[in-house]
Ligand binder design. Sequence first.
Ligand code: HEM
Length: 522
Amino acid sequence: MVNMATQVLDILSARLPLIGTTILVSLVAFVIQRIFAHDPLAEIPWIGVELGDSEKRRKAFQNGGAKALYKRGYEKFKTGIFRLTSMRDASVVVVSPDFLPELKKLPDDVLSMKIAVMEDLESKYTGLKTDDDIVPHTIKVNLTPALIRLNPAIAEEVDRTLKAEFPSCKDWTPVKINSKLLRVVAIVSGRIFIGPELCHDEEYIDAAINYTVELMTARRAVQEISPVWMKRFRAPFLPEVKSLAEREKKVTRFLTPIVTARRDRERDDPGYKKPDDMLQWIVDAEKKFGVKEDAEIARLQCILSFAAIHTTTMTALNVFYNLAAYPNTVPEIREEVKTVLAEHDNQFTSHAMQSMKKLDSFLKETLRVHPPSFASFNRKVLKPIHLSNGTVIPAGVTLEVPAYGISRDPATFPNPDDFDGLRFYRMREANESFNSSSASAVEAAAHNQFVSVSQNSLTFGYGRHACPGRFFAANEIKMIIARAVLTWDVRNVGGEKGRYPNFDVGVACVPDPRRELEFKEL
Ligand code: HEM
């Protein structure tokens, strides 16, 4: 044995110079290869290189620079492609909306929305896994088709919650509008997500509002770790990440007995009438998606809250700030709401809401001028893509579309920086009368609505993963704003003029949650 070891050592020491040289040559070759390796994105021009190295560019993007980058990039490469540095770890390639029709045909194993979202949310550390289809499936199959049936319940909850949450406003009264709207949206959405009793439970309301706040806080804390390669070592120990995990456990503790009780009654009580809500539809979707643990059901409710509550609240908050900043349109909208409701027995039916075209236009203009995100169609490239202009996008890249630049293009939207509440109303009317004799009248009308998705209208995304909840969100926001304009006048504090500015944080454009508005009953 000793002999054998000595022999091996002898051979090694005899060959040491050879082994050493081999290692050295391999190392040099590796370094040279890294230096001279062909960058597959080398042909794609950059926007924002003048901001400095990649860390400086990341910081500039995070601290308010994103908007200008998407606008400049779009203006310079309107039909082409450019690169920029965002908060993502992966390279970001921004493509013209001209490529959307070809990109939307690609399957999910080539171009993945879910992986892009999970990377964006730092799911590796925050734990939010959105790679399950059960939530979008349930919204498309159960929620949206049921809206005609559910509208009276949504309207009833809007009325009740606005009365309960807003103070009496006989004279101009300051209202902390963001926190009021968060509760209104959480409760009204909760009526459909988890039922008429539980939506008023403070534990549900707290979770519906604060899960997303804590998720976004944890995500931001992870994104701020610098340099990027330190994330894996530091992120799991961040206090923000730990409290998010605690929040998920709390939601599970709250929901588990509810799901268990529903399952027990369904099994034991032949006369049991199942609840008509998202929680039940998700449980029922087990037949298609496989049985879910109760903790998994709680996690899916967290995903639903994340997708629905703050997106809807932020949009409604932007609308309220615009009602206060641009009051000239309000009398016309108020008149329209009154007339339409009178024609529909004072009910918010689907048809009534479709007829509120001026209100719809005001909401859509709000999304155009104050979009929640400056980019859209975030997709991770999983297999190389050959674009029609000959460019090959390699796997590993994240694709985006410069939604902000598109929405400020004067060729599509004259005077794009002006807020024009009736812009889309006029566009619809013009299209409808131009096409009035053809089947395309319906198509033309469909283009300029709050919920419509097109190459120029990307706030709800695009293609097969475009937001499935937008029809529910549209009805909820319309009911809230319609009731508000029928009940109050709204203005900035002290009648101050101008639009409260939004914050630009990375790719997000957030209405200032600390502002107050003043309300006065009509
Ligand atoms: C005004 C409010 C809302 C906005 C601005 C909004 C925006 C978006 C956007 C931009 C996407 C990504 C689409 C894409 O990349 O193509 C999305 C996806 C999604 N949204 Fe919304 N959303 C809103 C309300 C809601 C509501 C109320 C729900 C639930 C009822 C919801 C559920 C979802 C889901 C489940 C997805 C993922 C779709 C999929 O995986 O295929 N959203 N939303």
